[in-house]
Design a protein around this ligand. Structure first.
Ligand SMILES: C[S@@+](CC[C@H](N)C(=O)[O-])C[C@H]1O[C@@H](n2cnc3c(N)ncnc32)[C@H](O)[C@@H]1O
Length: 354
């Protein structure tokens, strides 16, 4: 089939498979996406999963074809639940990607701090991002994504390096456990889409695997998170979105301007616009607004990914120590916050039903 040239910085409104077939070979630097996995209810469930994975294999085969030899695919998936059974989808995607001669680099665990409390099995608290490259000559830049060390100013106290910093002053490798906050109703980036990527998660992926001017693709663009992040980091974007409503929201998000009624697709776009133009946030609205007026960014509380990771680590340590106490007959199994850390955060247990 004749492949057209790349229509850079645009989102196709339609099915991604047909659209992908028109993309030239080896023309994309990074593919990052979360495919839909509300697997067709019209089939018997096992067959539905099989059909879904066959369709995904076709899409991924096109993705592998359009990827440059230095390129990467980051494929984000959760689990498929049916009648109490739970299939972690990355387990099924891994062999599909390997079959395409792609090379696995990381399986990133994306932690979800909140969610439904399981009754018959453990509450699901993570999803995954599979990272595969097309060859061993892939792009990977650590410096733009380093995070602070726990003891950033630690110095060597003996030997030839005495007095010198023992760690990289730019920070450390962030590791393969990520805790970027899920985009929910109280999140600045929330649009009408129920399953948006957080922009920071996509920024980490874009910055570690591409350079300015590179082409970033999302075949399942939703409301355009990947496009916004690529554009904001001087990369080109391309992609597709089947749902006309989400496609329209993505275009409004990219435009950064209010519509004729003064409405933005999310609070972030509204605040960015007011910051740029000196406008008053209270004069505008956004699609999913519940408060009477939109607030400015100065009033927003924001915590870093590091903060959330440290909080989670602390919480798990407390929960497991309390469990240890209980099985040894010490205490009543309730967390003794003071014992584990003098400055333990009481709010760690606030969202639990007791
Ligand atoms: C998990 S969502 C992606 C959300 C996106 N990452 C964001 O941040 O907004 C998957 C999207 O794929 C779209 N979709 C489903 N089937 C599609 C197809 N065949 N071609 C293109 N898009 C499709 C859905 O409408 C949905 O918006």
């Amino acid at each position: 089939m004749a492949r057209s040239h790349l229509d850079l910085d645009s989102i196709h409104d339609g099915d991604c498979l047909e659209w992908l077939k028109g993309i030239p070979d080896e023309s994309v630097d990074l593919i990052v996406s979360s495919p839909p996995y509300n697997i067709g209810k019209e089939y018997e469930s096992r067959r539905a999963l099989k059909v879904y994975l066959e369709e995904q294999a076709e899409v991924l085969s096109e993705c592998a074809r359009v990827l440059k030899s230095t390129g990467s695919i980051f494929w984000q998936v959760g689990a498929y639940a049916n009648n109490g059974s739970l299939v972690p989808l990355d387990v099924r995607f891994f062999p599909i990607l390997e079959e395409l001669d792609l090379i696995p680099r990381n399986r990133i665990v994306w932690i979800r701090q909140h969610g439904l409390h399981g009754k018959n099995k453990f509450s699901a608290r993570h999803e995954t991002v599979l990272w595969f490259t097309k060859s061993d000559e892939y792009k990977f830049f650590l410096d733009p994504i380093r995070v602070p060390q726990k003891y950033q100013n630690k110095k060597s106290w003996r030997g030839d390096n005495k007095g010198e910093l023992t760690c990289n002053p730019l920070g450390k490798n962030p590791g393969d456990i990520w805790i970027f906050q899920n985009v929910k109703h109280n999140h600045e980036e929330q649009t009408v889409h129920p399953a948006q990527f957080p922009e920071d998660l996509i920024s980490r992926i874009v910055l570690c695997s591409t350079e300015p001017g590179d082409v970033v693709m999302d075949p399942y663009m939703g409301t355009g998170t990947v496009a916004v992040v690529a554009r904001d980091n001087e990369r080109h974007y391309i992609g597709a979105e089947l749902d006309a409503g989400y496609h329209a929201v993505a275009l409004r998000r990219l435009s950064g301007e209010p519509d004729a009624q003064g409405v933005f697709p999310n609070l972030k776009t509204l605040r960015d616009y007011c910051q740029r133009t000196g406008g008053d946030p209270a004069d505008y609205r956004f699609d999913v607004q519940t408060a009477r007026v939109a607030s400015g960014r100065a009033k927003a509380k924001r915590f870093s990914e590091e903060h959330h990771l440290a909080q989670l680590e602390e919480r798990l340590a407390i929960e497991e120590a309390a469990f240890g106490d209980r099985i040894r007959g010490l205490g009543d199994g309730r967390p003794d916050l003071g014992r584990f850390r003098a400055n333990a955060t009481p709010s760690l247990f606030d969202d639990e039903t007791v």
